[in-house]
Structure formats: structure tokens, C-alpha cells
Design a protein around this ligand. Structure first.
Ligand SMILES: [Zn+2]
Length: 126
């Protein structure tokens, strides 16, 4: 079996899962996405507090990278997020900061920022 994994750090929001999976499979030639979810996760990972939650997220991503061989990590924010309310610019800013934070974890992989817009389309943030 050569199932190719990717990784997404995504909101719990049920509107975001399928667009992210479809986009990542198409764009990165992977077969499936390990989904690490937390409400409003772009806001959580981009902030300087939340050490415990960020540690849990990092541990989950580490399993995907180290055990599943994922080499692509997407950090996702989205329109109408209940866990992290704000407009598109708010999310773009936090997704950018979250990508920097995840980059500092030094995993062997590419890190990208994605925004799921009000048409459930994926916008590449970085
Ligand atoms: Zn959300």
C-alpha cells in the first residue's frame, strides 16, 4: 500500500472538511488527509498563548508526519467561523501567522495556508 497522506490543521466546522480534502488531493497528489481539528484553529495557533492546546495540535501533526509520512501541512481558516469570528482579512492575517508558527515546529514538510470562502472554495493564502 502506498497511500499518500497529507495533513490539515482545520476548524471543526463541517463545511470546511470536504473542500479542504478535495483541494489537497487534487493539488498535492495525495490520497487522503489526516485532519487535526479544533474550533477556530487559525486563531488558536496564531496566538502567543494557548500553549497546552497548541501542544496537543503539534503532537497530532507529529503523528501524521512521522507515522504516516505526510509531507504537506495545511493550516486552514474559513468564512463564518463560530470559534474565531472575523472577516476575510482577519483570517488571512491569522492564517499567515499560524503558518509561521507551524513552520517553527521544524517538521520535514511543506506548510501552506488555506482559506475556505463563502462559496466553500479554497483560497491559497501564502
Ligand atoms: Zn470555524
Amino acid at each position: 500500500m502506498n497511500f499518500k497522506f497529507g495533513t490539515a490543521i482545520n476548524c471543526i466546522d463541517g463545511r470546511t472538511q470536504e473542500p479542504v480534502i478535495d483541494f489537497m488531493k487534487q493539488k498535492y497528489g495525495i490520497d487522503g488527509v489526516d485532519m487535526v481539528t479544533f474550533p477556530g484553529v487559525d486563531g488558536v495557533v496564531s496566538s502567543l498563548g494557548n500553549f497546552n492546546t497548541i501542544a496537543l495540535i503539534r503532537n497530532a501533526v507529529a503523528i501524521s508526519i512521522e507515522k504516516h509520512g505526510s509531507r504537506i501541512i495545511a493550516v486552514v481558516g474559513h468564512f463564518d467561523c463560530a470559534g474565531n469570528p472575523g472577516n476575510r482579512e482577519h483570517h488571512y492575517s491569522q492564517i499567515g501567522k499560524a503558518v509561521q508558527q507551524v513552520s517553527s515546529w521544524n517538521f520535514d514538510g511543506k506548510i501552506v495556508g488555506l482559506y475556505v470562502n463563502d462559496n466553500r472554495q479554497i483560497e491559497e493564502v501564502n
